[in-house]
Write a protein that binds this ligand. Structure first.
Ligand code: PLP
Length: 418
């Protein structure tokens, strides 16, 4: 291409542009000029309180502050500290114990878990499948690993999970290749806020089973649960996990777990990849190949993040404190979502179906122009996929959430009437 001087492009599209960063910068400039109470910066992907400060769970910070030097200075085992891996299983499954074998490997956040899955369960050039609304690093990671990303249409005309589109796309890709990683981000999907229902899961699993009846085919269902602790009732949002047991051996469910949101430790890079199978050889192999990948990419993970999680799970009263504090944060977020969606419904603003989570998508034409129009009102949103605006309700106050739908509606009408 002649664009790089010393570097190689290697199958990736590297533009260096960061749209979100650019809009965020504009929002900050406006705050300087007109004051933060007059600006809604709905671009930030982390949870801020009603005053615009990052929510940091103080119960988690206390644990961090109490660590002794060896807790952070020493190397951790490549696959993660055993007591951390036990705690991760509790964090994911709570008191539900899935049948079969379970293994876990520590990763730097959910990002590392996604990376390791793609590296170990597909070949170079393979297609990875996810929904058409998706978290953009899925594409970055697939490109980095010299794979391709394909998508199915997430919602049908009635704004329900599009089972037919899922099955058709999966079937189509599996006529071209014998193995696949399917990434499903639920509950509280980024960027729409949708959570797959139990019925949706039945359909997903049935579609996978049809293909897996051919034993030469291998399907990895990677469930990205980055937002599971902000999805409402903790037990209900984990109910789908029981659907992932007793599957044929050539359908392998993996779970990508992240401490970033659940413990407000975005910068500590804590996470894990979990594997469930009725076959011990498959979980042993999982441990082996993923340990290799860890060694080859980041070696071992952040020891202090691991110790923090295991300390919390070793002490019931501490865990209770964290859970209670997180519930307060979650209630704040859910009430913002409700404020936005109630108003959107009242005025007939078109959105993707939203259950919970950090983001809401308003669907519209010309989102770039609509987003720019909204700058004039001090509202900063992210144009998404040329068919919507991504609103981070995690980063704006509840009063702004109530105000935004009408402002957005006006901007859409103004831009698209031209
Ligand atoms: N998956 C989704 C959909 C996300 O939005 C995020 C974070 O924003 C992650 C995974 C993982 O984040 P981390 O690598 O910080 O755990």
């Amino acid at each position: 291409m002649g664009r790089f001087l010393m570097a190689e492009e290697n199958f990736r599209t590297i533009t260096g542009e960061d749209k979100i960063f650019g809009i965020n910068k504009k929002a900050k400039e406006m705050i300087e000029k007109v004051g933060k109470e007059n600006v809604a910066n709905a671009t930030v992907g982390s949870l801020l309180d009603e005053e615009g400060n990052l929510v940091v769970l103080s119960s988690v910070v206390e644990v961090l502050k109490d660590l002794n030097p060896l807790d952070y200075a020493e190397y951790a085992p490549i696959a993660g500290l055993p007591k951390f891996l036990e705690s991760v299983k509790k964090a994911v499954f709570m008191d539900y114990e899935p049948e079969g074998y379970i293994e876990a490997v520590a990763t730097p956040g959910g990002t590392g878990a996604i990376r390791n899955t793609i590296q170990n369960y597909t070949k170079r050039g393979d297609t990875i499948l996810t929904s058409d609304w998706y978290w953009s690093p899925y594409k970055t990671i697939t490109q980095e690993l010299e794979r391709k990303l394909d998508t199915y249409t997430l919602f049908d005309d009635n704004n329900n999970f599009n089972h037919a589109a899922f099955e058709n796309k999966l079937t189509e890709v599996m006529t071209q290749q014998d193995r696949i990683v399917v990434i499903i981000n639920t509950p509280s999907h980024n960027p729409t806020g949708y959570s797959l229902t139990l019925k949706d899961w039945d359909n997903v699993i049935n579609a996978a089973k049809k293909i897996a009846s051919d034993k030469t085919k291998k399907i990895v269902l990677l469930v990205d649960i980055a937002y599971i602790d902000f999805a409402g009732n903790a037990k209900e949002s984990r109910e789908f996990l029981s659907k992932l047991t007793n599957l044929p051996e050539n359908i392998l469910p993996l779970i990508s777990y992240s401490m970033s949101k659940s413990f407000t430790l975005y910068g500590m890079r804590g996470g894990a990849l979990i594997c469930m199978s009725p076959n011990k050889e498959i979980t042993d192999e999982f441990k082996l190949v993923n340990s290799f990948s860890c060694r080859a990419s980041w070696s071992n993970c952040n020891r202090s993040a691991m110790i923090t999680l295991s300390s919390i799970y070793e002490d019931a009263s501490l865990l209770n404190k964290v859970v209670k504090e997180r519930e307060v944060a979650q209630t704040m977020l859910l009430s913002r979502g409700k404020a936005f969606m109630d108003e959107a419904e009242k005025i007939g603003l078109s959105t993707c179906p939203y259950d919970a989570g950090f983001f809401i998508i308003v669907t519209c034409e010309n989102p770039e122009a609509v987003s720019e129009e909204l700058f004039k009102d001090g509202i900063f949103t992210v144009p998404f996929d040329n068919r919507g605006l991504r609103i981070s309700i995690a980063s704006i106050s509840k009063p702004w959430c109530s105000l935004l739908p009408e402002k957005i509606d006006k901007a859409i009408k103004k831009v698209n009437a031209k």
